[in-house]
Design a binder for this molecule. Structure first.
Ligand code: HEM
Length: 530
């Protein structure tokens, strides 16, 4: 890791740069403020002191409301020019993917979700996996996680979900299992994600040894305006490694920042981590033949039916020169797409797309896109946006009349770009305005399948972790969670129940939640639990 000692010998006194204030005035005395006589009082016109202390007073910006603890790294993405064995242009016209060997600069930020910015990286939590591609067509952000699915499928539930994961608002006690499981017990769609977070995958051995996923369903658009649904997968060439709770506790006894240090150390020694980017594709329709909705982010797409197809490789080879400017101020968002990539109607994705830039205008400021780490540095940027807090650049194009900051104009302002061909795309959608759950909820099946496919030690670890957390919850929450686990898979229900002293007989009579509609098959399962 870079430290002061590795920066080489100190420069001689004459070679050392002179300290100034931000106005460029030399600082003659950085030890004593200006006072009337050696013992004071201090004077109010003391500009150097006031500038120094008032800048210090503002050193912190609000931390991210979620994903506050994280680390950024930089590198590049190299395209294959193909998707699996087909030319990628069949499916998307996005320029960054077209040519074999084409490289695009990237920034990535890994994170935990619930803790504050100094919290432990050994928390059992999903990990954020956010990649910014600085493409020639502007930036593309793929803001995902390491587990492939999510706890909820409608953005309107996100603030409640996050409150349940955050400290108690009265005592500020953190990691309160009862808060989290109170919410989960009433949220059947969370079972798939819960079964992942409480498995070893909820405690990755390092950021280098975890997968990444876009999680939400997006679209690709080709040159003819044809669309397909797409899900993104990042596969680490380093392999996937996880910790048990005991491993994590032993590490946390010594450091809270294990994953960040691991990444700095690896890149410092030239051991550059790599991930292959793969996609799954599906025709752009509702797929009534599937027992889940392709736009539901609590589901994975079965790989035997929708195989993974490789599209390129990402390599990370540089860490931030400054943690604040490149990690605290970097801003990702699901709305940041380039031509050839598009949104789907996934109800989470739409909500997320508003939330990210909204929070960043508050957290970093309305001109956050002018900061070097957020700029579309490989594209040309000419806007008519002006002013606002901390505006420091005006992006006037060569030859542009600088007086004209509006459009349309015939006096030398900016003009609109030519619209890409096929400005209408995707299936025709009709419907009445409503507030409804999606019909194919299927909240339990994939969680049960995942349990059955796990290795024995993973099953044991999942059960131990669930029993450990649920032991801290009241009986009604335990019973409802055991009911859900039986609905996923009998063995999981039995084993978690055993650990809590709850049997199938104890929970068989529980009615379904008001917020769920069970299919006939699920009703039968509920009637014969265990
Ligand atoms: C960060 C909102 C769901 C992954 C954030 C931030 C907000 C937010 C407000 C802070 C951004 C910032 O301060 O720069 C939401 C909402 C969601 C949602 C409203 C649901 C409707 C998800 C999902 C994933 C995810 C499903 C994973 C697929 C991330 C990541 C970050 C983040 C990785 C950290 C980005 C960074 O490193 O700066 N989210 N989020 N979020 N979110 Fe979400």
């Amino acid at each position: 890791m870079t430290d002061v000692a590795s920066q080489g010998p100190a420069a001689s006194e004459a070679d050392r740069a002179v300290l100034t204030n931000r106005q460029g005035h030399p600082v003659y005395d950085n030890q004593n403020q200006r006072t009337v006589g050696a013992r004071g009082p201090a004077t109010l016109e003391n500009y150097q002191f006031l500038e120094k202390i008032s800048h210090f007073d503002r050193e912190r910006i609000p931390e991210r409301v979620v994903h506050a603890r994280g680390v950024t790294a930089f590198g590049s993405f190299e395209a294959d020019g193909t998707v699996g064995d087909e030319p990628i242009s069949r499916y998307t016209r996005a320029k960054l993917f077209q040519e074999k060997g084409k490289k695009t600069d990237v920034a990535i930020r890994f994170s935990t979700v619930a803790g504050g910015r100094d919290s432990s990286e050994m928390a059992r939590d999903p990990r954020g996996f956010a990649v910014k591609f600085y493409t020639e067509d502007g930036n593309w952000d793929l803001v995902g996680n390491n587990l492939g699915v999510f706890f909820i499928r409608d953005a309107i539930k996100f603030p409640d979900f996050i409150h349940s994961q955050k400290p108690d608002p009265v005592t500020f006690e953190a990691n309160v299992a009862e808060r989290a499981f109170d919410f989960f017990s009433q949220t059947p769609e969370a079972m798939h994600m819960v079964s992942l977070v409480f498995s070893p995958r909820g405690l990755p051995a390092s950021y280098r040894h975890m997968q990444g996923f876009g999680v939400n369903t997006y679209k690709w658009v080709n040159a003819r305006g044809e669309t397909v649904l797409v899900k993104y997968h990042w596969l680490p060439k380093q392999g996937v490694k996880s910790f048990t709770a005991a491993d994590g506790a032993a590490i946390q006894a010594n450091t809270l920042g294990h994953h960040t240090k691991d990444l700095y150390d690896a890149i410092e020694r030239g051991d550059f981590p790599q991930w292959e980017l793969h996609v799954q594709l599906m025709s752009d329709d509702e797929h009534p033949e599937l027992d889940f909705d392709p736009l539901d982010d609590t589901k994975v797409w079965p790989e035997e039916v929708f195989p993974l197809r490789k599209v390129g490789t990402m390599t990370l080879d540089r860490m931030p020169e400054n943690f604040f400017t490149e990690n605290e101020q970097i801003a990702f968002g699901t709305g940041v797409l380039v031509d050839g990539l598009d949104f789907s109607d996934d109800k989470m994705l739409v909500g997320r797309t508003f939330s990210y830039s909204d929070t960043q205008r508050y957290r970093v400021g309305p001109n956050y896109l002018q900061l070097p780490v957020n700029q579309a540095k490989n594209a040309t940027v000419h806007t008519n946006q002006r002013d606002g807090q901390m505006a420091y650049g005006v992006d006037i194009a060569p030859g542009q009349n600088p007086h004209v900051n509006y459009e349309p104009s015939i006096t030398g302002g900016l003009r609109e770009a030519e619209y890409p061909a096929h400005d209408e795309q995707g299936p025709v959608i009709t419907g009445r305005l409503t507030r409804k759950r999606i019909p194919r909820t299927n909240d339990y099946e994939q969680a049960g399948e995942r349990y059955l496919l796990s290795e024995q030690w993973e099953k044991d670890d999942l059960v131990t972790n669930l029993v450990g957390a649920l032991s801290q919850c009241r009986r009604e929450i335990q019973e409802r969670m055991v009911w859900h686990f039986f609905m996923c898979e009998d063995e999981l229900g039995q084993r978690v129940g055993e650990g809590l002293g709850i049997t199938a007989d104890d929970v068989r009579g529980l009615p379904p939640l008001q917020t769920q509609t069970l299919t006939e098959e699920e009703q039968q399962r509920a009637a014969n639990l265990g």
